[in-house]
Write a protein that binds this ligand. Structure first.
Ligand code: ATP
Length: 910
């Protein structure tokens, strides 16, 4: 490698050098680097990413676990017990604090790791040319000298000197603060030009809004302009959502309230009952430990992280955590058609010229097949217009076909690849086409103008333009149509009827046109298409709906979620595909043009009765989301292009396509679909509902246990009686068995009826009337069970230690049975099948049983916790209490279901 490449190329300024000079200084050319050079440069300059902000260190995370009000209370209690010489209490409290901190530390670490792994799945990509081949690589593998292709929606992956640009507009707000895109070119600029004026340069982190360009990488990683400014990227996101924040505020208040109650209990016991201060202090610690749901925040965080991980394993990658919650409330999904609802595996099925109607036999990208008229195979070379049409479609084309064994694969746009297959079926040779008709310039396809045009010349000195695009657009542009008798004026009415005919079969229709030009400058402009364009005919392509999308649409309908299709395709095609997918209201289609005629209020009304929107442009999507939201809906919206970004941002859950989506769309989205598949959206919604239910279940499980415990203690103090459970024993239950059991709720796979009820309301309060009732009712059952067992065994002559051991075991057994009730929030939990859906529950229960056996029978635990072994008879009684509680709660569920059904029936009747 030459001297200057060994020095940092980053120190140089490139904008005043010509593009050839820049390429040569970087020892590169328009064909890009070879793999060996790339390897060397990667070693030399490192990967192309900004240094990451280091995550919190392990020590910092450990201390964060200790930074918790209840831990402070416990540490103070430990200190006091040590000062008083109660060494057993001291060690037990300390052990519990350490155990709890460790569990929180390990689980939270796992949750953070899981989220980091998900972030890696979203690594940005770049299109490069290496050794003359176009490749898609991870952007961090770029090196100085690499040739990069820029297309609309791309995020510029490194600092580059452009050597070609066509209508290339870049939005550089991250660097310059200017949100209007700037048009770039490849001419050098003055050496003293400031950043915003260096029009031949593009900088890492900026966005391509339109056009195309090629550039050579001059700086990567921290050496880019953005790297110099910001230095590091901070991608650490807090593990939190609005709901979790709400809960953590509630638990902080709860802690305060409990401290006040603790103070009152202390005063009452110390002054009124004359209990010694030390003893009262330990009781207050007991009240605090009993009442505060210590494990709750950690369990909620873990539930959320597990949900996000499960979604990722099913191709839905969450970029912003609050989306997990919102997904569960989605009431409308607006989806693109091509590739999301359909397979995006295109096959040309019909070709129509002014003279003939051809069918094309054969499916997929394999060239096996033929052209027929009225089911009779034809010799294509005898059909001049057809041959010309297929040739134009094959050269006005950026895709390629790859043969792998017996399989033919499409590279690039599947629709374009299908045209290559059609050309092969007509015996064209693709290499020859490229050689005979080299391309001189292109107007790339854009959803705004809906066509693509290329300029070619043949070796006989003729120039011509080939155009393909949306048929309405092309018919409007064309002046003539080709007939066997020569070119005549285009018959628009005739062609519109033909388009409707093909589209009504669910085929996507494209028109193809051409124009001969003389002595062309070599640059293709929009004005070149204004005069003399000749329509050759139409191509109809089939793109079958995805089977799994049909199932997913029906699942969404059952779940009270409306599905709307928003497509750039023709109205008749859209309506036919929508009907195949099982969408509602498919006979009524609103087109982009119709939308522009409607006022906001009219649109708000129209969207209620329309599920198919055709020939839409990205700005229509934004209006549609707004109209649906104005009707009170929670809207999920898919998108892929750079112009979809505003609609994705506006939607409650913006969903970008992982495969076909641009970086711009991904950045604007809350969620990225790794497989671009509608079915994955439906699955993510289901998972969103499950996560929300699981959060609810964790709250519903833990709060009544805390409630029951603290009520038991308070009742005992008020009655001036012995505590049924000592503070240390409560500590044991809360920090060991409760957490082990509640943790298993995070893994709940979701209830069978998760997608059989309407979505929850956007503003539904988690602590609803039902939840408050359930928490109070179950708290009461716990008090009755635990305190009842204590009093009853006392009356039977048991010692205090024995009665307390019974009480503790009763509480734990009740917890285990209660867990089964909670696992099915609304449905009966009888089903054995349902019990085994999450084996982790049994691991948790097994662990709790082992721990409890230790607590009851191991001599050292007996010393630590003042527990005593219990006999078989009492053991059976304890289990009976658990079963009774289980039955009471199932009865309560059944009654509520019965009443709500009754209510529904009455409502329907009236
Ligand atoms: P979706 O259903 O995902 O919105 P779409 O592919 O139908 O997608 P667009 O990509 O906006 O929507 O395409 C709109 C129209 O432009 C297509 O129906 C087709 O007629 C035309 N078109 C699409 N791709 C090309 C292309 N590569 N060259 C020429 N015309 C194209």
């Amino acid at each position: 490698m030459k001297q200057h490449m060994q020095n940092q190329p980053f120190e140089k300024s490139w904008h005043h050098l010509s593009s050839e000079e820049s390429l040569s200084l970087l020892e590169s050319d328009k064909h890009g680097l070879d793999s060996e050079t790339v390897e060397q440069r990667l070693q030399l300059f490192g990967e192309n990413h900004l240094p990451r902000v280091k995550g919190r260190s392990a020590i910092a995370r450990l201390f964060a676990q200790l930074h918790n009000l209840i831990i402070y209370v416990l540490l103070a209690a430990a200190l006091l017990t040590a000062l008083l010489g109660h060494w057993i209490d001291f060690w037990v409290i300390l052990a519990v604090v350490i155990l709890n901190t460790l569990i929180g530390f390990i689980q939270e670490g796992k949750a953070e790791k899981a989220l980091d792994a998900i972030k890696d799945m979203l690594a940005p990509h770049a299109t490069v040319i290496r050794s003359g081949h176009r490749l898609r690589i991870e952007a961090d593998q770029l090196v100085p000298g690499d040739v990069v292709v820029l297309e609309p929606g791309d995020k510029v992956p490194a600092d580059m000197r452009l050597f070609s640009a066509k209508g290339l507009q870049i939005q550089e707000a991250v660097l310059t603060g200017e949100s209007v895109a700037v048009e770039k070119h490849h001419q050098p600029v003055a050496s003293d030009a400031v950043l915003g004026d260096r029009l031949c340069m593009t900088y890492s982190g900026t966005l391509v809004t339109s056009g195309q360009g090629h550039g050579v990488v001059v700086a990567t990683g921290a050496h880019t302009e953005i790297g110099r400014i910001s230095g590091m990227i901070s991608d650490i996101e807090n593990l939190t959502t609005p709901l979790l924040q709400q809960i953590s505020v509630v638990s902080r208040w709860l802690t305060l309230v409990i401290m006040v109650i603790g103070g009152l209990v202390f005063s009452y016991g110390y002054w009124l009952n004359q209990t010694p201060a030390i003893e009262m202090f330990m009781i207050v610690v007991g009240v605090a430990v009993a009442g505060i749901p210590e494990g709750l925040p950690a369990i909620l965080t873990i539930t959320l992280a597990i949900g996000v991980q499960k979604m990722a394993s099913r191709n839905a990658i969450i970029r912003r955590l609050p989306a997990v919650e919102t997904l569960g409330a989605v009431s409308i999904i607006c989806s693109d058609k091509t590739g999301t609802l359909t397979r995006n595996e295109m096959t040309v099925s019909t070709v129509m010229s002014s003279a003939n109607n051809y069918s094309v036999i054969g499916v997929g990208y394999s060239p096996a097949g033929e052209f027929t008229i009225d089911e009779q195979a034809i010799e294509t070379e005898q059909h001049e217009i057809l041959t010309l049409l297929l040739r134009c479609a094959a050269i006005c084309n950026d895709s390629a076909l790859k043969r792998r064994d017996d399989d033919w694969l499409a590279e690039g746009d599947p629709m374009e690849a299908a045209m290559l297959t059609a050309a092969l079926k007509a015996d064209f040779t693709l290499e020859e086409l490229k050689q005979f008709y080299p391309r001189r310039d292109v107007i790339p396809f854009d959803t705004a103008h809906r066509f693509m045009a290329t300029l070619h010349h043949d070796h006989q000195g003729h120039d011509f333009i080939a155009v393909k695009g949306a048929p309405e657009k092309l018919i409007e542009l064309c002046q003539f149509q080709r007939t066997e008798q020569g070119d005549v004026e285009v018959d628009q009415g005739y062609w519109h009827v033909q388009i409707e005919k093909i589209a009504a079969e669910g085929q996507r229709v494209l028109a193809v046109a051409t124009k001969t030009v003389e002595q062309h400058t070599g640059e293709l402009q929009f004005e070149d298409l204004d005069q003399g364009l000749v329509l050759l005919g139409l191509i109809g392509l089939i793109d079958p709906p995805r089977e799994e999308a049909i199932t997913a649409v029906s699942e969404c309908h059952k779940a009270g979620i409306q599905v709307k299709m928003i497509t750039g395709d023709h109205a008749a095609t859209a309506s036919s595909i929508a009907a195949k997918l099982g969408l509602h209201n498919t006979d009524k289609v609103l087109t982009g043009h119709d939308l522009t005629q409607l006022s906001d209020a009219e649109l708000q009304h129209a969207v209620n009765q329309t599920d198919v929107f055709a020939r839409t442009a990205p700005e229509h999507k934004l209006r549609l989301v707004s109209a649906l939201q104005a009707n009170g809906h929670v809207v999920a919206m898919t998108g892929d292009g750079v112009n979809d970004a505003p609609a994705l941002k506006r939607a409650d859950v913006g969903i970008a396509m992982g495969h076909g989506g641009t970086e711009a769309a991904k950045e604007a989205a809350e969620m990225v679909l790794a497989d671009d598949n509608f079915a994955s959206i439906a699955r993510a919604v289901r998972e969103g509902r499950t996560v929300y239910d699981n959060l609810k279940k964790a709250i519903l499980f833990l709060l009544p246990i805390n409630g029951g415990e603290s009520l038991s203690i308070i009742a005992a103090v008020m009655a001036g009686m012995t505590l049924p459970i000592t503070p240390l024993q409560i500590l044991w239950i809360n920090m060991v068995s409760s957490i082990a059991l509640a943790l298993s709720l995070a893994f709940e796979p979701g209830e069978e009826n998760a997608m059989k009820h309407k979505p929850r309301q956007r503003d539904e309060k988690m602590l609803s009337g039902f939840l408050v009732w359930r928490i109070s009712f179950v708290s009461l059952l716990f008090v009755l069970g635990v305190y009842g067992m204590f009093l009853w065994t006392q009356s039977q002559g048991a010692s205090i230690e024995q009665s307390r051991t019974y009480a503790v075991n009763t509480l734990v057994v009740m917890e285990v049975f209660y867990l089964f009730n909670v696992r099915c929030l609304n449905s009966a939990s009888w089903s054995i099948k349902r019990w085994f859906t999450a084996p982790i529950v049994f691991i948790s229960i097994g662990m709790v049983i082992l721990l409890q056996l230790n607590f009851t029978y191991a001599p050292f635990m007996n010393t630590l916790f003042e527990s005593t072994p219990i006999g078989l008879r009492h053991g059976t009684e304890i289990i009976a209490v658990g079963i009774v509680m289980y039955l009471i709660l199932e009865l309560e569920k059944w009654l509520r279901r019965f009443m709500s059904n009754h209510h529904n029936v009455e409502e329907t009747a009236s």
